[in-house]
Design a protein around this ligand. Structure first.
Ligand code: PMP
Ligand code: GLU
Length: 399
C-alpha cells in the first residue's frame, strides 16, 4: 500500500505504545506493574462527571462553536489571566481535542516546509513528530542532565537560524519532571523577541509542581510584554485527571487563535460538546482535590526516587514537577542478561517488561538515550512492588 511521504518519518507514539502494551498484558491476566502511563491514576472528580451528566440531560449533544462554547472559553481566559497575571479575552483562547491537538493545529498554522523548530531534549515524543507532519525540521538542543536538566540560553542561541520559527518550552517537563527557572524562561523569551520566533509554551503540567510558588515560572509570567509571541498549550488531562475526555486549551494572540479555529473548523470541528461542560465545571471549581493529589504525588515522587537510587547502577534526580522521573541507566546497559549485552534503553525496557513484568518507557524516543521514564501516577504499593522487581532484575544481571 502506498502512503503519503509525510508519514514516512512518523513512528507510533512510544508513550502510548508502552501504556497500551502494559494494559493488554494486564488484561491477559499478567500482574504487570505499569510505570508507563502518562496519566493520573486518580478518577476524574465526581462533580466534573456530574456536570457532564447534566449537560447530557440538558441536550448538550449538538455541534458547538468550533473553538468551544463561550462559557468554557471565558473560563479558560479567566484561568490564564490568573495563572499568567496577564489579561486574556475569549478571542485569545480556544478549546481543542486535548493539548496534543492544540499543538498540532499550531504547528500546522505556523510552520512552512523547511522551517525549523527548536526542541530541547529530552522532549515529549510528539513534538518532533508534529513538526515533521507540518513539514518542518525539528532542531534539538541538549538540556544538561548533570545540572538537573537545565537549559543553557547560549546553547539555544547557537541553534537559532534564519529558518527558526519556534522554540518549545515544557516546564515542568515530560519526561524529566525538571522545571526551568524564571530567569532562564525570561532570557529565552528575550531571545525569541530578538531573533523573531515563537515561544511554544507547553504548560500542561504547570499546576503539578512541588515548590512553594507553584505555577509562577512560565515564559509568559516572566515576560508579559512579549505575549504577542508566546503560544500557550494547556488542558484538562493532567490537572483534573481527564485524559480520556480529550479537552485541551490554547492561548495566544487573537489572530493566531482565529487561524487555528479556521483549521479546526475544517478538520475536526468542536471538541465533544458534553465533555466541554465537564471541563467548564473543572475550571470553575475551587480545586480542593488537587491539594490532596499533590500530597500523594509528592510522597510517591520521593519514594520512587529513593528506591531507584538504591539500585546499584541507577542514578535519579528528584524532579520538581509533573509525575515522571527519568533515571540514568547507562551503567546498566553495559551488563548482560543471559549472556546478551543489553546495549540500549529500548532493549532494557523490553527485557524488564518480559522478565520482570515492569513497564517503563525507554529514553531514546524522548531524545534521552541511556535513560528511561517512569510515571509515579500509580499507587505506593505498586511503586514498592515494581521497584522490588526492578532491583532484583538489575541485581541479577551479569557484569
Ligand atoms: N504536552 C505534554 C508535555 C504531555 O505530556 C501531554 C500528555 N500527553 C500533552 C501535551 C497532551 O495531553 P492531552 O492531549 O491529553 O491534553
Ligand atoms: N503525555 C502522556 C505520556 O507522555 C500521555 C501519552 C501521550 O499522549 O503521549 O505518556
Amino acid at each position: 500500500m502506498h502512503f503519503a511521504d509525510r508519514m514516512t518519518p512518523i513512528k507510533p507514539s512510544a508513550t502510548l505504545a508502552v501504556t497500551a502494551k502494559a494494559k493488554q498484558m494486564a488484561a491477559d491476566g499478567l500482574d504487570v506493574v505499569g510505570f508507563g502511563a502518562g496519566e493520573p491514576d486518580f478518577d476524574t472528580p465526581a462533580f466534573i462527571v456530574d456536570a457532564l451528566r447534566s449537560a447530557l440531560d440538558n441536550g448538550k449533544t449538538r455541534y458547538t462553536p468550533t473553538a468551544g462554547v463561550p462559557a468554557l472559553r471565558d473560563a479558560i481566559a479567566a484561568m490564564f489571566t490568573e495563572l499568567y497575571k496577564v489579561p486574556f479575552e475569549r478571542a485569545e483562547v480556544m478549546t481543542t481535542v486535548g493539548g496534543k491537538h492544540a499543538l498540532y493545529n499550531m504547528f500546522q498554522v505556523l510552520v512552512n516546509p523547511g522551517d525549523e523548530v527548536i526542541i530541547p531534549a529530552p522532549y515529549w515524543v510528539s513534538y518532533p513528530a508534529q513538526v515533521r507532519l507540518a513539514q518542518g525540521t525539528p532542531v534539538h538542543v541538549q538540556c544538561d542532565a548533570s545540572e538537573g536538566f537545565t537549559l543553557d540560553v547560549d546553547v539555544v542561541r547557537a541553534a537559532v537560524t534564519d529558518r527558526t520559527v519556534g522554540l518549545v518550552l515544557n516546564s515542568p517537563c515530560n519526561p524529566t519532571g525538571a522545571c526551568l527557572s524564571e530567569e532562564t524562561l525570561g532570557a529565552l523569551a528575550d531571545l525569541a523577541e530578538e531573533r523573531d520566533f515563537w515561544i511554544i509554551s507547553d504548560d500542561i503540567y504547570s499546576f503539578l509542581r512541588y515548590d512553594a510558588d507553584g505555577a509562577a515560572a512560565t515564559a509568559l509570567r516572566a515576560r508579559p510584554h512579549l505575549r504577542h509571541r508566546i503560544f500557550i498549550v494547556h488542558g484538562a488531562s493532567k490537572t483534573y485527571a481527564m485524559t480520556g475526555w480529550r479537552i485541551g486549551f490554547a492561548g495566544g494572540p487573537a489572530e493566531l487563535i482565529s487561524k487555528m479555529g479556521t483549521l479546526q473548523g475544517q478538520a475536526t470541528s468542536n471538541p465533544t460538546a458534553f465533555a466541554q461542560y465537564g471541563a467548564l465545571a473543572a475550571l470553575q471549581s475551587d480545586h480542593a482535590f488537587l491539594g490532596e493529589w499533590m500530597k500523594q504525588y509528592d510522597a510517591r515522587r520521593r519514594r520512587l526516587t529513593a528506591l531507584l537510587n538504591d539500585i546499584d547502577g541507577v542514578e535519579c534526580l528528584l524532579p520538581g514537577g509533573a509525575f515522571y522521573v527519568f533515571p540514568d541507566i547507562s551503567k546498566i546497559l553495559e551488563r548482560r542478561f543471559r549472556g546478551e549485552v543489553i546495549g540500549t534503553d529500548l532493549r532494557f525496557s523490553q527485557l524488564l517488561l518480559e522478565h520482570a513484568l515492569v513497564a517503563v518507557v525507554p529514553g531514546e524516543p524522548f531524545g534521552g538515550a541511556g535513560h528511561c521514564r517512569l510515571s509515579y501516577a500509580i499507587s505506593m504499593q505498586d511503586i514498592d512492588k515494581g521497584m522490588a522487581r526492578m532491583k532484583t532484575f538489575i541485581d541479577g544481571l551479569q557484569r
